[in-house]
Design a protein around this ligand. Structure first.
Ligand SMILES: Nc1nc2c(ncn2[C@@H]2O[C@H](COP(=O)(O)OP(=O)(O)OP(=O)(O)O)[C@@H](O)[C@H]2O)c(=O)[nH]1
Ligand SMILES: [Mg+2]
Length: 329
């Protein structure tokens, strides 16, 4: 999962990037892969002592200034989630900046839709499903409204996927501020939520300073400043929720592993996430709910108690499920 960090010049993107990297020396010119901390995976590791403990990862990249030039917008198109950093520590007028950036995203999307629509009309496909959809999007955007506020069904999402429309991407907004972090900026908060975004309060300068102290002291320090957890954890949690992701686990002698998957995915989807052969030759899934395993971390015991659940391909995966796929190819 790729997360773009964008914003106006000097908003604090690179400071945030280095804080996420946990190092003042991190090179913000390169993508940063971060393992997603997961206490459940740590627990599984403590039980199984596998050779490998494979976390889910996210990749952050710092979109250089000016973030919204044509070349840099193309970078943002690659991201699954767009994170906007707003300067709330110095001269920034956060609401103004947010509205300006939103307008840029919508404008770029309008231009793309217009171009594509003109092409479809030229190819006598002006009445196609795609053309009608693009017309609807244009109508929606003309009032200045971002596409993320539209209800888009699966079929439409599939048609639109190749466009990588910017205002359709899940949006996280970071208010980068100094001082009094417990007081939320009400106006910014309501503006962002009206636009379908998630607002996070992250003091990037402070978080970067924290990387200099002992890891075990970082969270207590953050909490003493009124933050529930580190910017990294909150940004990852917000991205998961924006993308509607949950996690399932696989366990074995060699490795324990966390697999992100869309909420609502089936056992067959989970099988395909692990390996295409698992999906092709799917027979059944053996599922242990997280709470149960946490209480009785012993498969043999659970089997004896008749607690191993045998599920078919249509089973809906739950967050934290331990899944073993039986397959035959
Ligand atoms: N006081 C304070 N200063 C900050 C904070 N975040 C960033 N700064 C300072 O603001 C300046 C710009 O921060 P950067 O992180 O380089 O901003 P940027 O968005 O990457 O800037 P460009 O890439 O140059 O557009 C630096 O001098 C930072 O030290 C903050 O939360 N508090
Ligand atoms: Mg920078």
């Amino acid at each position: 999962m790729k997360i773009a960090l964008a914003g106006k010049p000097g908003c604090g993107r690179s400071t945030l990037f280095r804080a996420l990297a946990g190092s003042v020396d991190a090179d913000s010119g390169k993508p940063l892969t971060v393992k997603i901390p997961d206490h459940r995976l740590d627990f599984l590791e403590s039980i199984h002592n596998p050779e490998k403990n494979i976390h889910a990862t996210v990749v952050f990249f710092d979109v250089p200034s000016p973030s919204f030039s044509i070349a840099n917008l193309a970078l943002i198109r690659n991201a699954a989630v767009l994170t906007l950093v707003l300067d709330n520590y110095a001269l920034g007028d956060t609401i103004n900046d947010f509205n300006e950036i939103e307008a840029e995203l919508i404008l770029a999307d309008m231009a793309l839709c217009e171009k594509r629509l003109a092409r479809l009309v030229k190819e006598s496909k002006g009445k196609s499903r795609e053309a009608i959809l693009l017309g609807n999007l244009q109508g929606h955007m003309e009032s200045g409204s971002p596409l993320r506020l539209l209800k888009i069904d699966e079929g439409e999402a599939a048609i639109l996927a190749p466009y990588a429309l910017l205002s359709l991407k899940p949006l996280i907004v970071i208010s980068n501020r100094m001082g009094d972090p417990i007081t939320p900026d009400e106006e910014l908060s309501s503006t962002v939520s009206e636009h379908g975004g998630i607002l996070l309060d992250i003091d990037t300068g402070f978080e970067l300073e924290l990387t200099e102290i002992d890891e075990s002291e970082q969270v207590p320090f953050l909490e003493s400043m009124g933050y529930s957890s580190s910017g990294l954890s909150r940004l990852i949690a917000a991205s998961y929720s924006a993308l509607d992701l949950i996690v399932f686990f696989t366990i074995g002698k060699d490795e324990v592993r966390a697999w992100p998957i869309r909420k609502g995915s089936t056992a067959l989807d989970a099988a395909g996430t692990i390996h295409s052969d698992f999906a092709r030759g799917f027979i059944r899934a053996v599922v242990i709910p997280w709470e149960l395993y946490h209480e009785y971390p012993d498969e043999t015991l659970l089997k004896e108690k008749g607690e191993l659940r045998i599920e078919g391909r249509d089973y809906t995966v739950k967050d934290g499920d331990l899944i073993e796929i039986r397959f035959n190819v």
